[in-house]
Design a protein around this ligand. Structure first.
Ligand code: FAD
Length: 392
């Protein structure tokens, strides 16, 4: 029969890979996508939802067009991989065979990463680092804060999904509180001494949200943090604070199925940049956040870029079609306030050791409001583009 590709995870990496293989092989390869959710809520722009600039429906996308373009979409969880038999087992029972397996399961959280927090406490202290109901919960908690209340965030250690994500979130929370609850305070406990686009965010926070945000970095004890979800307290370097909302973003690791497939080394799955195949198994590929690939940040843009390289290589391996040299790109946009957008990005190539950065760019402090507005508009265009590139 036809060669068969199974893709686990219908997000930025997996949906793109499934769509490109189906589209470009014109029916010569069977493509099956396993994804439990019927609606994919993008983490990208989920902070804008929290800031009141998007509706939840704006960031939700269904799989109908992907199915219409020839991908067999199965709504289930992959719960195991038998690498000798080359099958994936499903939570709903049964298993599917593969010739090539592409895993793009995103992230899970490292247990015990923040003292006092566990997944069981994610309703009291949401992470909102997988979008959808967690984003809605965090937003509802922010809107219910008492006048002059405290929003606390525990930021994650490197490496993690979306390096500027926590700081864009702080900006969007400040934006909505400035309108609804201007005497409220934001505290950030951060285990890092510095973060992505730090000078741009700090300049923006001083301009738009003066006096509202207290960022406590590693140098000031920000890494020495514990929480009590029952008492709603956060203790930073020995000092306890009562919080009204506590957004805990724990340390991350590859989505569990990568570990179950035996392709992880520590928290992430090492891959070869030329085709995104794992170091552990030449017929299993890992895309996006779950991979350890080198210099690219864990972003939707990166996952989409890696998926296209992988799709081209997998099709070549199965049908003999032409394989192009691996080239990648990424841009991470962040919104500091309405129309005040900033960005950082780079191009990359595959070397034998890793995906290596070639060239980069970053927004500058002190840019005009016209430049910042244009940068925000660019991110809107990117959002429309990537969601249709993923899902058709
Ligand atoms: P995901 O997109 O998370 O997809 C993983 C999918 O796998 C999920 O749909 C999940 O249901 C499924 N899955 C997991 N396990 C299984 C299993 N066992 N069986 C079947 N399916 C499974 N990136 C940007 O480029 N730009 C941004 O502006 C941006 N902003 C962000 C803001 C926030 C607040 C956050 C949290 C992230 C942001 N990101 C952004 C990062 C981006 O969302 C991720 O890097 C990207 O989604 C990674 O793609 P992925 O394919 O690795 O994982």
């Amino acid at each position: 029969g036809k060669p068969r590709v199974v893709v686990v995870g219908g997000g930025a990496g997996g949906a793109t890979a499934a769509r490109y293989i189906a589209k470009d092989s014109k029916g010569d390869i069977d493509v099956l996508l396993i994804e439990p959710s019927r609606t994919y809520y993008t983490c990208f722009f989920s902070n804008l939802y929290i800031g009141g600039l998007k509706d939840i429906d704006d960031i939700g996308h269904t799989y109908g067009s992907l199915a219409a373009s020839g991908v067999n979409v199965v709504h289930d969880w992959a719960v195991g991989v038998d690498r000798d038999a080359k099958t994936v087992s499903l939570a709903g029972g049964g298993f599917v065979p593969y010739d090539k397996l592409i895993l793009s399961p995103g992230i899970d959280f490292v247990e015990g990463a923040v003292e006092g927090w566990s997944l069981a406490a994610q309703n009291a202290m949401p992470h909102a680092y997988k979008a959808g109901s967690q984003s809605e919960l965090l937003k509802a908690q922010i809107m219910a804060m008492p006048e002059g209340g405290v929003f606390a965030m525990v930021a994650p250690p490197n490496p993690y999904r979306c390096p500027p994500g926590p700081y864009e979130r702080v900006s969007m929370v400040a934006h909505v509180l400035k309108e609804t609850n201007p005497t409220a305070k934001i505290i950030v406990a951060d285990p890092k001494p510095k973060f992505s686009k730090m000078s741009l965010f700090q300049e923006g926070w001083a301009d738009h949200y003066a006096g509202m945000i207290d960022w406590i970095g590693e140098d000031f004890g920000g890494g020495n943090v514990s929480v009590d979800p029952d008492a709603m307290t956060i203790t930073i370097d020995g000092e306890e604070t009562q919080a009204d909302v506590c957004n805990v973003i724990p340390a991350m690791k590859a989505g569990r199925i990568a570990e179950l497939a035996g392709v992880t080394d520590g928290n992430w799955a090492p891959v070869n940049g030329a085709d995104m195949s794992t170091k552990a198994d030449a017929d299993i590929y890992v895309l996006g956040d779950a991979s350890a690939q080198g210099d690219m940040p864990k972003s939707g843009f990166s996952a989409n870029s890696q998926a296209k390289v992988c799709a081209n290589a997998v099709r070549g391996a199965l049908t003999g079609s032409k394989v192009f040299p691996a080239k990648f790109s990424n841009t991470c946009w962040s919104l500091i306030a309405p129309n005040d957008g900033v960005k950082v990005g780079a191009t990359y190539e595959a070397t034998p050791e890793k995906i290596a950065k070639v060239d980069g760019f970053i927004s500058q402090t002190g840019e005009s409001s016209d430049v910042r507005k244009a940068t925000y508009e660019e991110s809107e265009g990117w959002y429309t583009g990537i969601t249709s590139d993923m899902l058709g």
